[in-house]
Design a protein around this ligand. Sequence first.
Ligand SMILES: [Zn+2]
Length: 95
Amino acid sequence: MTNPNHQLADVLREVTAGMQNAIADGFRSRMIDADDLVEVLLAIADRLDPPVRNEVDAAFACPECGERDSDRLVHEADDLVRCSSCGITFDPAAR
Ligand SMILES: [Zn+2]
């Protein structure tokens, strides 16, 4: 028998694991603010109901979580990119 909450539980575990990894690696603070909450809720919604995605090439995906949605890979100063899914900042040219 299929548990209808199974997919939701998996998505919550997946997003939580991404947050825990980002905290453990020092890429995300333990202090949560409204922006963090919005990101987490959107990450859950996106995994449950993926929007039409504008994906970057696999070579430019987030090295932490594999995110390829260009809307979730935010360009910052010094040519760095911040992944809105797991919170890390990385240099896409460094690989
Ligand atoms: Zn990521």
